[in-house]
Design a protein around this ligand. Structure first.
Ligand code: LLP
Length: 461
């Protein structure tokens, strides 16, 4: 595999390329800046590892979805942010203000969304094994759509809704059995996946017909999500056709009308500049999906449903930058390691999916010729290598490394491995840098401990 080249440097062509936030620049001193804030100043104030979110980039991504939907789809539409990519109350408030919907998958995500004032009616609750307690909380909050994953869940939602004296709008998650070109861990629409109701053997159709007979449930839509980080639309358009076939059969058999259709999220982002080549823009992807729905409905004589897309990564990834401080440079055999103060605990993606990242020296520009290094974190695992094989200028202890495309599935998958403290998050606008999540503290780690009541006898001498 070729080494990752750290270029393009935002200063080199004054363009942020495809992986840095839209506001990335270098100032006169060569310091990397986002929204006009020098990253070295932010590191001095908030410490490292530090996660930065650029609101201009988030706004641009949300607008790309909303404008493409409005232009390409003549009926109602909605872009709903998939909160699992990264959620905080700030993100929930931002999504609410931008008119996005919100997908949540747990009582925890629901609580954060509601705490951020996100309107419950615009929340879709997904998940393949929601507990009765989670469903109770969701119904009590007035969540707009429960996305039912399997037949047993239908009965639970129906019973809970009737107990609360309501009729809960739901979607059914359908498994359309399509193959998606992505990492095996993030493909979700193939036969045998744990997600959704199988189409091929009639399970989905039977569940839908059953749902139509339940008093506590209003079946208003069909949903699928076939995978994440895919770059081709063909499997998705095939899935759309299969969902519309099901909708037409349900119309014919039960007079049902498909009011809402969600073909999920999953559109890829480039993590390396060269991965941007050949990747259609968000607008092109949305237009392809919209046209497929329009043509498919026309063929089957179905009225156009409301079209809901659920982007997570493609909304959030590019807006985020992870900032680390270099602690040491070490040679081991033929390899040079740059040790930074984060890695596996705040970003497990390289270890989980073999994900590749790039980085830039953030606190200064260097004209020195680049060297091939591995960027590794402090965690006790050989797999804690954030970037395997990258060309960077010679770096000193104390320098700062900035890693782009860090806004999705990093903090939301962060762990306390080695009792690491989860990083702080700063939200950047042109005028302000807001600390929206402070760094976790040792007191918070210790707050969960409850060993005081245990007795182990006398302490050994
Ligand atoms: N809708 C549903 C039902 C989903 O399960 C997901 C992601 C999305 C929407 C948003 O997909 P996106 O647009 O973000 O690709 N941890 C993995 C990604 C897991 C995605 C899970 N579901 C990673 O770091 O690559």
């Amino acid at each position: 595999m070729a080494p990752v080249t750290a270029a393009p440097d935002p200063l080199a062509d004054q363009m942020p390329g495809q992986i840095w936030p839209l506001t990335a620049t270098r100032d006169g001193a060569g310091r990397l800046c986002l929204a006009g804030h020098a990253l070295s100043d932010l590191a001095a104030t908030h410490g490292t590892p530090l996660y930065l979110y650029d609101q201009t980039t988030l706004d641009g991504m949300a607008a790309a979805y909303q404008q493409a939907l409005a232009a390409a789809y003549p009926a109602a539409s909605e872009a709903a942010y998939a909160a699992k990519a990264w959620l905080s109350t700030a993100m929930a408030r931002w999504a609410a203000a931008r008119g996005l919907g919100l997908d949540v998958v747990s009582a925890g995500e629901l609580a954060i969304a509601l705490h951020g004032g996100f309107p419950a009616a615009r929340i879709h609750f997904h998940g393949n094994n929601k507990t009765p307690a989670e469903l109770t909380a969701a119904l009590a909050a007035g969540v707009g759509r429960i996305v039912v994953d399997h037949a047993a869940e239908l009965a639970t939602v129906d019973a809970l809704a009737r107990a609360q004296g309501i009729r809960q709008p739901i979607w059914l998650r359908i498994n359309p059995d399509v193959a998606v070109d992505t990492h095996g861990h993030t493909a979700t629409g193939h036969a045998g996946s744990k997600f959704g109701l199988a189409l091929a053997d009639g399970t989905a159709e039977a569940a839908a017909l059953h749902a139509l007979r339940l008093e506590g449930i209003e079946l208003c839509g069909l949903h699928c999500h076939i995978g994440s980080q895919f770059r081709a639309t063909e499997p998705l358009t095939l899935a759309v056709q299969r969902l519309l076939d099901l909708a037409a059969r349900l119309r014919d058999r039960a007079g049902w009308r498909l009011a809402e259709l969600s073909p999920g999220g999953g559109w890829a982002v480039p993590y390396l500049e060269e991965q941007a080549a050949g990747l259609p823009a968000i607008g092109a992807y949305v237009t392809t999906v919209a046209q497929e729905v329009i043509a498919g409905c026309r063929q089957r004589d179905l009225p156009l449903p409301k079209l809901a897309l659920e982007p997570g990564r493609s909304l959030a990834a590019r807006a985020g930058v992870a900032l680390y401080r270099v602690g040491a440079v070490k040679r081991s055999g033929a390899v040079t390691y740059l040790f930074i103060d984060g890695g596996l605990a705040d970003n497990p993606r390289p270890a989980l999916y073999g994900a590749r990242y790039s980085a830039l020296l953030a606190n200064r520009l260097s004209a020195e010729s680049p060297q091939r290094v591995h960027v590794a974190g402090p965690y006790c695992e050989t797999g804690d290598v954030l970037i395997q094989d990258i060309e960077l200028p010679p770096v000193q202890p104390g320098d700062l490394l900035a890693v782009p495309a860090s806004g999705a599935y990093q903090l939301s998958m962060a762990s306390n491995y080695n009792a690491a403290l989860r990083p702080a998050v700063v939200w950047l606008t042109a005028g302000e840098a807001h600390l929206v999540q402070r760094r976790e503290t040792l007191a918070e780690l210790l707050a969960r401990e409850g060993a005081s009541g245990l007795s182990f006898g006398r302490q050994a001498a």
